[in-house]
Design a binder for this molecule. Structure first.
Ligand code: AMP
Ligand code: MG
Length: 200
């Protein structure tokens, strides 16, 4: 099964993946992980465009970036077995929201399931403030984060229409302390739900 995992930045996708890896090992389920950004970076480095990851945002033209995005998708599309692809449903720029997975990209990947992780926008805003690796990014209000999550649902519907993939929305709106799963409760809960998709 090919599963695309998306969430707005700062939603805790990396932590979720950590738990998915742990549960997969415990349950003897073989899953490979592909980070779309890593594939883009590798393609850019192979072409001699950049040397380190920080240059991805600044040194690559829009045309070059689109070519790299396609190269990444073509590579990921060739992967076999159970795969989780860590990527973005939409990318926010000053002009508006771009599809992270436009037609030729989503068709190269051919996903079975598109998973959207959602959280309370206020909570995401707080998580972002505590994340020191995120200082260079724009500060967004809870309303803006909420809009981004809504946009991602619409974009996922378009991707589903193009590929027949299902859309699976994992809603983590219950406060973590009420989940009874301790620290990283949301991530554990989301990881359990993702693992279940590989068990059927
Ligand atoms: P992340 O590891 O989620 O922070 O993503 C790393 C980088 O890869 C970011 O700059 C993203 O914008 C980029 N990236 C990830 N997925 C895509 C995609 N589907 N299309 C374009 N860029 C992407
Ligand atoms: Mg991440």
């Amino acid at each position: 099964m090919k599963l695309i995992l998306t969430a707005v930045p700062g939603c805790g996708k990396t932590t979720i993946i950590k738990f998915v890896k742990k549960y997969a090992t415990e349950k003897n389920i073989e899953i490979s992980f592909a980070n779309f950004g890593d594939y883009i970076f590798e393609a850019a480095r192979a072409k001699g465009l950049i040397e380190n990851r920080d240059e991805m945002r600044t040194k690559i033209s829009k045309n070059e970036y689109e070519e790299l995005q396609q190269m990444a998708a073509d590579k990921i599309g060739q992967l076999k077995g159970n795969i989780i692809i860590d990527t973005h449903c939409s990318v926010k720029r000053k002009e508006g929201y771009y599809p992270g997975l436009p037609e030729t990209i989503i068709k190269a990947i051919k996903p079975d399931v598109i998973v959207l992780i959602e959280k309370d926008p206020e909570f995401i805003a707080k998580l972002r403030m505590g994340d020191k690796t995120r200082t260079t990014r724009d500060v967004e209000t809870a309303e803006e984060i909420s809009t981004h999550q809504e946009i991602n649902r619409s974009f996922a519907a378009a991707y589903a229409a193009m590929t027949k993939a299902s859309v699976n929305i994992i809603e983590e709106y219950i406060p973590e302390e009420k989940l009874g799963k301790g620290e990283f409760g949301h991530a554990k809960d989301a990881a359990e739900k993702i693992i279940k998709l590989f068990e059927i």
